[in-house]
Design a protein around this ligand. Structure first.
Ligand code: 5GP
Ligand code: ZN
Length: 119
């Protein structure tokens, strides 16, 4: 997608601070973090969001969660055996749910105590 901001970030046309990269996904730090650690995990292939997922996208979504686990371990946010630590994974789906960029992304948010319900 020519004009998609996350496609431009994936292509490195817009700079970003990398957290993880492989052939399928790129993960980078959010420009406007809502917690001490706030990373966006995005597929390199343009997908609008959960609202347009096809059967063929199932594996990439599973991979995004696996990458989240790896990032959690690497950055020391994996919950320990006493359930301390941890992180929140979020997909905002549609404008009313808070989606502002229409290229699928999984928010990885950590480093502070989370509230429930979310705002
Ligand atoms: P959404 O609101 O769609 O769930 O999440 C989009 C996220 O992308 C927001 O948290 C926003 O701060 C982040 N974002 C938007 N533009 C950029 C950018 O150019 N660079 C980076 N690193 N993050 C961005
Ligand atoms: Zn895109």
């Amino acid at each position: 997608m020519q004009d998609c901001i996350f496609c431009k970030i994936v292509r490195k046309e817009i700079p970003s601070k990398a957290a993880y990269e492989d052939e399928l996904v790129y993960a980078f730090h959010d420009i406007n973090p809502v917690a001490p650690t706030h990373i966006l995990i995005v597929p390199k292939r343009h997908i609008v969001g959960v609202q347009t997922l096809e059967r063929e996208d199932e594996s990439i979504v599973g991979h995004m969660f696996y990458v989240a686990r790896k990032i959690g371990e690497e950055l020391g946010h994996a919950p320990d055996e006493y359930l301390k630590g941890g992180y929140r994974l979020v997909f905002n789906v549609g404008k009313d749910a808070g989606q502002s960029v229409f290229h699928l992304h999984l928010h990885f948010i950590a480093g502070r105590r989370m509230e429930w319900p979310p705002g």
